[in-house]
Design a protein around this ligand. Sequence first.
Ligand SMILES: *Cc1c(COP(=O)(O)O)cnc(C)c1O
Length: 437
Amino acid sequence: MSEAYEELVERAAALDAADELAKLRELFVLDDGVVYLDGNSLGALPRAVPARVADVITREWGELRIRSWFESGWWTAPERIGERVAPLVGAAPGQVVVGDSTSVNVLKAVVGAVRLAHTEGAVAARVVAPPSGVAPSGVAPSGTAPPPRAVGAPVRDEVLVDAETFPTDGYIAASAARLTGCRLRAVPAADLAAEVGPRTAVVLVNHVDYLTGRLRDLPGLTEAVHAAGAYVVWDLCHSAGALPVALDAHDVDFAVGCTYKFLNGGPGSPAYLYVAERHQAAFDSPLPGWNSHTDPFGMRPEYEAADGSARGRVGTPDILSMLALETALDVWEGVSMQAVRAKSLMLMDFFLACVEAYVPDGRVTSLTPAAHDERGSQVSLRCEGPGEAGEVMRELIARGVVGDFRPPDVLRFGFTPLYVSFADVHRAARVLGTVLA
Ligand SMILES: *Cc1c(COP(=O)(O)O)cnc(C)c1O
């Protein structure tokens, strides 16, 4: 065995011995023969979940049946579990609701934000004052009185999305733009702060790029969007549970995210929607279902929106998935997100060092930024051999190292600090080196 091998094995052992989060691995169902680096796609199963789901099915559904909507707390689960997600994304109580998919929540947030921008009061409060004597574009000058923001002639008629976006966000943003009379403009994430302007109603942006693992500047971009008088919607799918997120501290307007990646909620577990408290009273959801009615069981023909985070609900919640998620969130009790972030960065640095040692030169290129403050919690390696990435990943999986492949040539490795060890990381890089040799 080479000197580099000996040294890296020793380093892995030392890092594992010093890892304060190492004991959390026990909370998950994992087999020692497999290195699981795909928690950025589907988080591992927390041990406590099967018994909870069994109880929900056999007792709450099987025995209590309809009584469970109230006696077992099913009806209020979306808000209750929203409060469990809130501290993980830096939100004070009352602003996060769980339900539906990320895709659906993107629609609610983007349309909701455009409607805020088109609401007279909101625009008046936020619009950047036009140069004196010049009416905002699209509004005819009208003597002395300030021009009304006429319905049908919105000043802000543009939705921006990061050009690198996860596809569903882009598709939904395009539809949201059509629904609200806006046009969609895709702009490279790095240029969004410069491109947001007086015509922009809302900017939808991914906090971490799903393909490269690049972390975007949430505080800086949020500030730039606000300076332009627009609203921002952050997609936290690849950041919540992987690194500290501070929605309230940075004055974010809206955020969405899924719970089956770093939050380990299970396949298709419900997503969440954050609407900042200051926007809740004016938030006009494009999907006003009976669950977001102020009096759902009044069965009234007129819609009257509920106050608070419940306004983001739509229809009957998916209770089995939702309660699996509730128990899955128990693993975060007492866990510091700073510690999670520190370990995540160390795992990635160690992985890259091992890749450097084991993978023959020129076979892969890291797409993940070198700077820590530009990284999410995944490493993306581009395979330089044409068309080989899919085959390489199949081979890795056959040898017990599970990552994933994204076309055309990217190998993704997700680092979930709650259950990935440094020994895992070492083994993954070693196997990758063998496969690529
Ligand atoms: C995973 C992911 C989604 C998934 O959306 P679903 O509606 O849950 O399928 C959306 N956006 C981003 C950025 C993601 O990473």
